[in-house]
Design a protein around this ligand. Structure first.
Ligand SMILES: Cc1ncc(COP(=O)(O)O)c(C=O)c1O
Length: 382
């Protein structure tokens, strides 16, 4: 059992000993999700490079690699640095970096691990090339195409001129290896209807495929189209355009993703990430738990109260207010000191609030702590 002075659980502790609020992984559920996605990618003949911006944890990245992932994605230079420092050696920053000081860090990292990055402008490519030249480093480069989100990414029609510019800095003189296209439609992931997501994926596929055709017509080989998230990966794979999947949230499956209508021929993923909370106050018609939005992100809505007929209402930074769902009664409310499990609305920013995962084996009711994992890339916003 844990020393009484410490709130960090130890391996072998029973679930009851986990201090609250705590970020808890149901390991059995997570492993089923891990295996389902790995099998899906293997059977469809596509590579899996899960997004580690979701879990931010080297131990989990290692489990994904062991299950067949070729490496991981991150969005931020500091996330890449944190995971590399923890031993992850194949990382794709699936995002643009243009600041010279950050690019110097990217170049330094590229000397230590296999590194890739996305670009979407001529100026960005020149800055990246300069940083690589100064450091004597080489990096894989994906040209990002805007496939529908209207965020980063060049128009599909500009992809071949950008690819040309990358190739102009190819080794041995330069440090840029053209690796293909980044094509991720973030806004499509949470469209609720399966047909809506299918249509968005078809649109993304047509733009990615036009960009690839432009590049090959210019005489440049386009080795890979990479992208896709938990909401669209099955549609994306069916198009035959993507050769690598970047889905991340499938591993934990937050409440927001569970609100999507499931698509056909898509593995079903289970909730595997929970905030363990405790009832700290009781009223006649409500209960208050010790987990507010200091413990879970609410950008994608409030948490679901797991396996109880209760609704969670925002009680501020440190409190959540539980009330019976319509048709329920005060008899459904938990008592002072009772444990309440919450399914976060959005896993990525929830993870960012915590220092560690408590990995539980044997279920939430009577499981035992099997591991405690640091969240190395937590807080890595730059
Ligand atoms: C570029 C990129 N690829 C992949 C993903 C993974 O998406 P998800 O966690 O929704 O599966 C994200 C998530 O935001 C992303 O930004």
């Amino acid at each position: 059992m844990s020393a009484t002075l410490s709130s960090v659980p130890e391996v072998g502790d029973p679930v009851a000993a986990i201090d609250t609020p705590a970020l808890v992984i149901d390991l059995d559920a997570m492993e089923r999700n891990l295996a389902a996605m790995a099998a899906f990618a293997r059977e469809r003949g596509v590579r899996l490079r899960p997004h580690a911006k979701m879990h931010k944890c080297a131990a989990i990245a290692r489990l994904q690699r062991a299950a067949g992932a070729v490496g991981v994605c991150v969005q931020k230079t500091s996330e890449a640095e944190a995971l590399a420092a923890a031993g992850i050696d194949d990382i794709y920053i699936s995002n643009e970096v243009v600041d010279p000081a950050k690019l110097a860090r990217v170049a330094a990292l590229a000397r230590r691990v296999r590194l890739a990055i996305a670009v979407d402008s001529a100026e960005g490519i020149e800055r990246l090339a300069r940083a690589m030249r100064e450091a004597g480093a080489a990096i894989d480069v994906f040209v990002e195409v805007d496939v529908g989100h209207g965020r980063c990414g060049a128009p599909a029609t500009a992809a071949s001129s950008l690819a040309h510019r990358v190739v102009a800095h190819a080794p041995p003189e330069g440090g840029l290896r053209f690796a293909g296209l980044q094509a991720y439609h973030g806004a499509a992931q949470h469209l609720r209807g399966a047909e809506e997501r299918a249509a968005a994926s078809r649109h993304a596929a047509s733009l990615a495929s036009a960009a690839r055709a432009g590049i090959t017509a210019a005489g440049i080989a386009c080795p890979l189209v990479t992208g896709a998230g938990t909401g669209t990966f099955a549609f994306d794979v069916a198009s035959g355009v993507w050769g690598e999947l970047q889905a991340g949230s499938y591993l934990f499956m937050d409440r927001d993703y569970a609100d999507n209508a499931p698509g056909p021929n898509t593995p079903r993923f289970e909730h595997a990430l929970f905030v363990k909370s405790q009832v700290m106050s009781r009223g006649a018609a409500h209960a208050v738990v010790d987990a507010g939005h200091k413990s879970h992100a609410i950008d994608s809505g409030l948490p679901q109260v797991w396996q109880r007929t209760l609704a969670y209402a925002n009680g501020g930074d440190e409190h959540g207010i539980l009330r019976p769902l319509p048709g329920g009664s005060a008899a459904d409310l938990p008592q002072l000191g009772d444990t309440v499990w919450l399914v976060p609305g959005h896993c990525d920013p929830t993870v960012n609030l915590h220092e560690r995962y408590v990995a539980l084996r044997g279920g939430l009711a009577a499981g035992v702590v099997e591991a405690v994992w640091p969240i190395e890339a937590r807080g890595c916003v730059g």
